[in-house]
Write a protein that binds this ligand. Structure first.
Ligand code: ADP
Ligand code: MG
Length: 232
């Protein structure tokens, strides 16, 4: 079982896009997935409502979605997590009790950032939040990735160079391009891999990113067992 958090303290960068696509791709791999909507704006829940309609002939969304607030984001998620193969938490874009609660139970905390330097600066602030959480969460693996990458490279490279330099955050080289398909899929309650007509580039990008996050989980569980070995 893994708890993935689509995190960060900035809005509009792709947290819900990652959370919903990840939930669907894990489900497609045969995992029983719980999607926790921890954002007061409830975008992931709205998405799931649309998805339930789109998929009504196929038995609905395929994953279970719940809305949680405040301390319940930690307590209820931990209780529910034992009943699922994977949990994906979508948080709101600010430094809130919910963001910290999610960080305290995450195996993988993945932060999207955009190719603009003012956006990357907020990663510095997240880095502090992460450092505060780490003593209480030994399995925490924190990564960031470029979302809505420009077709032209310069802005991407500058943002990535800054992201690579941030303490306690691993940059993963699996960017998502700025593609209409991500928006079109979201509006229909679909993952970008389910969209028709298909966008092969978007599909390849999200598959690569999800693969990297799954691999990061293996690192997280290793660090957990190392920690428990050390405490023996
Ligand atoms: N790679 C992408 N290409 C194009 N549009 C995107 C991409 N990622 C996200 N979007 C769009 O950007 C908007 C904000 O994304 P969202 O995932 O809701 O961000 P957040 O949850 O961080 O606020 C949405 O309309 C979404 O469809
Ligand atoms: Mg969101």
């Amino acid at each position: 079982m893994a708890i993935y958090v689509s995190g960060g303290i900035k809005g509009g960068v792709g947290k819900t896009t990652l959370a919903t696509n990840l939930a669907i791709l894990l489900t497609a791999k045969g995992r029983d997935v719980l999607l926790v909507d921890a954002d007061d704006q409830e975008t992931a829940s709205d998405f799931t409502m649309v998805r339930n309609e789109t998929m009504s002939d196929l038995g609905g969304a395929g994953y279970t979605a719940v809305k949680l607030h405040g301390a319940a984001i930690r307590n209820d998620t931990l209780r529910l997590a034992t009943k699922y193969d994977d949990v994906v938490i979508d948080v709101g874009g600010r430094d809130s009790a919910g963001q910290r609660a999610a960080l305290s139970i995450a195996d993988i905390y993945a932060i999207p950032f955009l190719p603009a330097s003012f956006d990357v600066w907020t990663l510095e602030k997240v880095s502090q939040l992460i450092q505060e959480a780490r003593p209480f969460n030994s399995k925490l693996v924190t990564v960031c990735f470029l979302n809505r990458a420009d077709a032209r490279g310069q802005d991407n490279e500058e943002a990535v160079a800054i992201a690579r330099d941030i303490d306690g955050l691993t940059y993963i080289d699996a960017p998502l391009g700025n593609r209409k398909a991500f928006r079109a899929a979201a509006s229909q309650g679909l993952s970008v891999t389910e969209l028709k007509p298909a966008d092969p580039k978007a599909t390849a990008e999200i598959n690569a990113l999800v693969q990297r996050l799954i691999e990061a989980c293996a690192i997280s569980s290793r660090s957990q067992s190392d920690a428990s070995m050390a405490s023996v």
